[in-house]
Design a protein around this ligand. Sequence first.
Ligand SMILES: C[S@@+](CC[C@H](N)C(=O)[O-])C[C@H]1O[C@@H](n2cnc3c(N)ncnc32)[C@H](O)[C@@H]1O
Length: 251
Amino acid sequence: MKNLIKKLLSFLPKDIEKKAIHIIKMIFIKEYRWMINNYWKFGQDNRKKIFFSAARYMNINRPINGYYFEFGCNEANTFRMAYNIFKNLFKLKYVAFDSFEGLPEVKDIDKMEVFYEGKLAFDESKFIKLVKKEGIKDEELIVVKGFYKNTLNQELIDKLNPTKAAVIYVDCDLYSSTVDVLKFIKHFLQPGTILIFDDWNCFYGDKNRGQKKAFYEFLNLNKDLVFEEFTTDCEAKSFIYINNKNEAQFK
Ligand SMILES: C[S@@+](CC[C@H](N)C(=O)[O-])C[C@H]1O[C@@H](n2cnc3c(N)ncnc32)[C@H](O)[C@@H]1O
């Protein structure tokens, strides 16, 4: 029976097949229903809490303007969430950075069962369609497609500057990707920028791996930059960029 249903569904266009499988599983598989309605929802609620925290902080400390940068956009879950919260209070420009071909080659330091080259590939045009559906306008959206080692270069820094970032969401899983991201975002920090690491506790929370390692190394290389802790949950951690202590008005 299961195989027959699978076969019948396989004749549908891929998107519709995926939706149909989801609906069937929701109706018939209790464990699947629990995963979606409880486990998945818990993760999404945590992310919503981070974006609402950022929104309240930015509104109280207004004006903080500029870009919403997201590194690791995939199916636009967090991108849409950020837009739907921030659009009510601020006029930000939304910039999506992703290969749209999934994870790059996974180096030794990033080796783990859940990470492999090409995982999380998602079509760029589908991503744009999803965010446009939320009402984002052409002039509010920039999509930078490609692997960070190629795209996060001086040319892009010059193109996006002098506007700075209000919020930076780093959701690219790997240490190696996060190193590239941090080198780049250094050029877009302004007092008050919120820097969020979605994958802070990946790699068993080991400070010698993942986003933790990348951020601690970044702080070590940039001792003049001052950050304060902001939010923490079971997966993510965020910081407020305070200033460059060599340039600060109040030292
Ligand atoms: C966990 S997913 C992001 C999920 C997304 N924020 C969401 O809510 O739907 C990680 C993403 O990071 C991207 N990524 C990781 N390393 C990258 C790199 N070095 N260059 C470009 N994209 C990268 C992958 O393509 C993937 O889409």
